[in-house]
Design a protein around this ligand. Structure first.
Ligand code: ATP
Length: 448
């Protein structure tokens, strides 16, 4: 059962150290957030789950980590300099600026200016001379540097088509109205795959990737029944797209895009290529006068072919929000009390297990607990913590709220028989097991 509203999620994220407003002590910076001790763990776990599903589970997908600062020519030929903009209007009554499709109800039509285009890219000066001629962009998507590295990756890995390049990293967009917590921000992370196929194989590959991405979200705790597939109508398609399916999720503020899966045709490689007239490009590309590379492969007959690209592109922050929203549970208990529990999939939990000494000042109990923590930490499943507050009830409540799947309590009996009490987050059931069985128990739990 998802959270009732965004406020509950925002409050939990702040209270427990998942997400803070960026530059908070100076009044913040709109559209930016900082991920706290638990947020960074959950975010890394989510990115790792994506990386594993893409790069490790597919021998024909390779990884990349390209620069954020981008040569303006990349974004000229990609079309971003000309078209990456949103329509903006001013309200003469409240003196605020809005994206034309996001004007609040209280602004009257007669108070609004005509929409004008506003480019969403951040430009920055490069080097010590600020005369406006030495600039770069902060990348507005991770995709473009995947395209510019297409030949490098292909030549260094000798992969036949179809093959893919995956990248996770920051992207920046000067959104006119950032809002809804981390849903729409100016600095965010994307998890993008560019999957290169031969023309003619693109439609099947697109259908397959939509299906795979829905299945992956299900494994992260965003069930298929919570997603709606939106087949973007032709008039709304981006200039490069032949078909796009958006995975729409009911966020606390409404149904919105979590991930887009686009068939980008041969537009990108074609646009970044030299000698375009030799390449049988099917899409309407920008004429390229600067590239020194032919972004094409030779088919069996020796003809040059520009591969088509299928792109599943997901936002890390939007994934984070959907996952927390799905996991958030306000549960009535039998004794009339209630608890908040984050029913995260264990592989995503920021803390995998908490080891709790029953008495915080008993040296034998605390040392045994420390040893258990150290041993479990070495397995490499993620963070294990020693929770030495001396208050078991409070520790359980905390770990329910942050989604720790397992609490392990060390007590006086442990010193005699090497057994500990384990408590399951979701069922709250407790049982005793031997310390020597803990590692396997936790591995099984986190693997699920
Ligand atoms: P929207 O229509 O919501 O502005 P978009 O269609 O421009 O999104 P894409 O360009 O397809 O988004 O980017 C791919 C993914 O990157 C999106 O599905 C989303 O998860 C994420 N994303 C895009 N813009 C933002 C943003 N401003 N803040 C957080 N995540 C974003």
């Amino acid at each position: 059962m998802p959270a009732k509203n965004m406020d509950e999620i925002v409050a939990l994220c702040k209270r427990r150290g998942f997400i803070f407003q960026s530059s908070e002590i100076y009044g913040g910076l709109q559209g930016t957030y900082d991920f706290g001790p638990l947020g960074v763990e959950l975010k890394n776990n989510l990115k790792n789950a994506w990386w594993e599903a893409m790069v490790y589970e597919n021998d024909n997908i390779e990884g990349l980590d390209s620069s954020i600062l981008t040569n303006p020519l990349v974004l000229k030929y990609s079309g971003h300099e000309d078209t990456f903009s949103d329509p903006m209007v001013d309200c003469k009554s409240c003196n605020l600026r809005f994206r034309a499709d996001q004007v609040p109800e209280h602004c009257k039509d007669e108070d609004l200016t005509e929409p004008r285009q506003f480019n969403l890219m951040f430009k920055t000066n490069v080097g010590p001379i600020e005369d406006g001629s030495n600039y770069a962009y902060l990348r507005p998507e991770t995709a473009q540097q995947i395209f510019t590295n297409f030949k490098n990756v292909l030549d260094s890995t000798s992969k036949p088509i179809p093959f893919g390049i995956a990248q996770v990293g920051k992207a920046f967009r000067n959104e006119i109205t950032p809002r809804n917590f981390i849903f729409r921000v100016r600095e965010f992370e994307q998890m993008e795959l560019e999957y290169f196929v031969m023309p003619g194989e693109d439609e099947d590959a697109h259908t397959l990737w939509v299906q795979k991405r829905v299945e992956w979200w299900d494994k992260q705790g965003v069930p298929t029944k919570s997603l709606e597939l939106y087949d973007v109508p032709t008039e709304e398609l981006a200039h490069y797209s032949k078909k796009t399916v958006d995975l729409m999720y009911k966020f606390p503020h409404g149904l919105e895009e979590l991930e887009g899966i686009a068939n980008r045709t041969d537009f990108d490689l074609g646009s970044h290529s030299k000698k375009q007239d030799e390449l049988n490009i099917t899409s309407k590309v920008n004429v390229n006068k600067h590239s020194n590379s032919k972004m094409a492969v030779q088919n069996e007959s020796g003809d040059w072919v520009v591969p088509y690209v299928i792109e599943p592109s997901a936002g890390v922050e939007r994934g984070f929000l959907a996952i927390i929203n799905e996991a958030y549970t306000d549960e009535e208990l039998e004794d009339g009390k209630s608890r908040i529990v984050l029913k995260l999939k264990p592989h995503l939990s920021p803390v995998k297990a908490a080891v709790i000494p029953l008495k915080k000042n008993n040296e034998d109990i605390v040392n045994t607990a420390k040893n258990i923590k150290d041993d479990l930490q070495k397995i490499g499943l993620g963070r294990i913590i020693l929770e030495n507050t001396g208050n078991i009830g409070k520790s359980y409540r905390k770990h329910d709220e942050i989604g720790t799947p397992l609490c392990i309590t060390v007590d006086f009996d442990t010193l005699d028989d090497n057994s500990v009490t384990i408590r399951d987050r979701d069922t709250m059931s407790q049982k005793r097991i031997q310390i020597s069985d803990l590692a396997n128990y936790l591995i099984e739990l986190v693997k699920k």
